[in-house]
Structures are given as structure tokens and as C-alpha cells.
Design a protein around this ligand. Sequence first.
Ligand SMILES: Nc1ncnc2c1ncn2[C@@H]1O[C@H](COP(=O)(O)OP(=O)(O)OP(=O)(O)O)[C@@H](O)[C@H]1O
Length: 229
Amino acid sequence: MIRLEHVSKVYKTSTRPALDDVSVNVDKGEFVFLIGPSGSGKSTFLRLLLREEVPSKGTLVVADWNVGRLSRRRVPRLRQRIGCVFQDFRLLANKTVAENVAFALEVIGKPRHTIKKVVPEVLELVGLEGKADRMPHELSGGEQQRVAIARAFVNRPLLLLADEPTGNLDPDTSQDIMLLLERINRTGTTVLMATHDHSIVDAMRRRVVELHLGKVVRDDARGVYGVGR
Ligand SMILES: Nc1ncnc2c1ncn2[C@@H]1O[C@H](COP(=O)(O)OP(=O)(O)OP(=O)(O)O)[C@@H](O)[C@H]1O
């Protein structure tokens, strides 16, 4: 699903590579934590997958796309197949829960009858049945993140990228969000989650890829956050 071969990324304004000769393979259906201290390259890794940045060196493949060489015209296709969830939810404040989710389908031209059918289904999947007509500010942080996950998942992406999705949530709510991400993973969606949250990584015992100064320093099949430190 994801293949990085000797990928480096050097930003124009910086001397040290943000990613330095990174080779990682992620199979379809895996759940992977991407960890590492601030500045270790996690966001750069995610931005490369979305083609928000291009690698300076190496090959980067997502599904069948050679992402580093993708023509500008084909980038929207790639992004349609990748769902994204962020720490700060990024909901549209002037749209209801259902409209936020529907919007993700409208922008890619899905027919209205499909939208009408799948939005309630996905809201039920994330545990928000009955809240379709609420505005984002009427929801708790955990509920807002559920809307964001519904929106990321409604188009059945191949890959779900989550950048610190529990960063603004208390531990119990974070755990609920992780159960939801696990449920989405069980549908066959590959999940890649960047996080600083030790307790979540330790509790889930999933694959852990650790970056330090742009290099992969650890890749454990069933890892914990702070092994050996
Ligand atoms: N647009 C940019 N231009 C120049 N340098 C950048 C840019 N984005 C990131 N960097 C640098 O690349 C390195 C890796 O940053 P990155 O944001 O990928 O790390 P991170 O692990 O996601 O950090 P955090 O956990 O704080 O989000 C850092 O040294 C950072 O300063």
C-alpha cells in the first residue's frame, strides 16, 4: 500500500534533511504508528504521501501511484483515495455534522442519492446517529473528531492518515477514538497514525515506526512507545 525506497526530503530553507534515506513498506490493511520527537519528520512523511511535498531523492509509491512522479493533473485522484484526520478536527463551522460529511462527497461529484444514503450509514458507524443536524460547536471534542473521521472515511479511502488525532482529547475520549480507528482498520483500510501519545501506543501494541532526525531508528511489529529508553 505504501512503499518508500531510500526517500530523502530536504526543504529549500534548511540544511538538515527532514527525511534522510527512509525505506518503509506498509501492507494493505496494516495499522502503523509513526512516532518520534518533534521535528523528527513525521509530518513530512505524511505530506509526501499526500503529494503536498515531493521527495528530493528516492521512490515513493502509494497503491499504484508513483507519488513523487505523479503529474499535477493526477494528484486529486490520489488524494481522493486518502482520508485525513488532524489534531484540530478542521470541520466547517457553518455546516451541520451531516453537511460536513456530505461535503466530502459533493466535492468529488458523487450523486445526491448516494450522499443521502451513505452519510447516515457512516454517522452510525462512528456513533453519531441522532447528531446529524448539530453544528460543530454544539459537540464535544471527541464528537467533533468522530465527525472528522466520518468525513475522512465516507469515501472508503484505501489509506487513512491521522496526524495526532487524540492530541486535543482527554485519555478516555482518546481511547474511544482509537477504538473507532481500529474498527475502520478492520474494514480493510490501512491506517497510519502519527502520535506523541505514549499510553495509546503502549496499549494498542501495533506496528511502530520511529523516526529520529529524519531517519527510521526502529520498526517493531508489535511495539511500545519508549522501548529501551
Ligand atoms: N516547510 C518547511 N520548510 C523548511 N523546513 C521544514 C518545513 N517543514 C518542516 N521542516 C523541517 O523539517 C524537519 C522535520 O519536520 P516535521 O514537521 O516533519 O517533523 P514532525 O516530526 O512532524 O514534528 P512535530 O511532531 O513537531 O509535528 C524539522 O527540522 C522542520 O524544521
